[in-house]
Design a protein around this ligand. Sequence first.
Ligand code: HEM
Length: 118
Amino acid sequence: MQIVQNILLATHVFGLAIIVGPFILQMRKKEGFATGLILTGAIIQLVTGLAMVGIGEAVLDDDYNSIKIAVKLGIALIVLVGAIGARVAEKKGKPVTPWFHTAGGMAAINILIAAIWR
Ligand code: HEM
């Protein structure tokens, strides 16, 4: 099961890359945002994050910091709302920037939480 956990972690890192990568590249743009990519990334983060916690706690006897996981989960849900909002706004021809910046900025905060809060 450890190999599955390792693959999930690698996928988790790819997932964050396809949110934060487009965000940094397109931060100053006014249109043409990669909304599909950030939405895919937001879903990958939730699925892989929850799967790692599930397998870690239930099978591998890992002990995660529940408060840190809860905070990351809450922020990941805001990222998802931002990504869905960006996609919908794009389809309706409404301003995408605030949604895009919410998703990208909150994902960046989750990276800081993952790295600094041990
Ligand atoms: C936008 C959302 C997210 C971002 C940017 C993000 C970022 C990261 C990063 C950079 C790491 C690697 C650092 C480390 O190993 O501690 C990581 C690991 C991890 N993340 Fe996330 N994460 C997100 C969402 C989530 C969610 C929603 C969960 C669970 C509910 C989660 C659970 C985990 C777990 C369990 C690890 C492995 C930690 C370990 O094995 O020590 N993440 N995340």
